[in-house]
Design a protein around this ligand. Sequence first.
Ligand code: ZN
Length: 194
Amino acid sequence: MQLTAVRPRVPERDLVAAEQAAAALLTALGLDVGSESMRETPARMVRAYADLLSPRPFRPTTFPNDEGYDELVLARDIPIRSVCEHHLLPFVGVAHVGYLPGERILGLSKLARVVELFAHGPQVQERLTKQIADWLSDQLSPKGVGVVIQAEHLCMTLRGVQATGASTVTSTLLGALREDARSRAEFLALTQPR
Ligand SMILES: [Zn+2]
């Protein structure tokens, strides 16, 4: 099984129109984008969002599981940065991603790249968690997959209810990590939110 490079779809962009629209938005909100200190703000906003919304392509390197390794492979504390699709404000946190290998294993650094691939916004944390788990399940046919994400949503902690420091935890467990009590308990113990 040879996996091909993953080339995420980058949407068509008109950065000039985006910059004009950003200036119009800020002006409508009562901000003075003609002032010296904010003159470049619409362009900087557009660059920042374009960056946040652009995933990097990657090649998911897999290896045959020649030694028949059948214990949990787990990458903890993979940084997450994404943008919520409801407010277009960032959410940041960590992901713990693990699987019980079948016939193939994935290069360890690739677990973080899979997270990054799906974290480019606009996203919601529940979907992000499930997409990562489903992707690993499809690509590796492992015996089990587990994904836990703990993130702080700025739309929640900076405004609205202002629940500063509150974090949201989501998880998806598939296969043996869902059904086998021992595997499930091991995975959940190792990924305890802190
Ligand atoms: Zn939000």
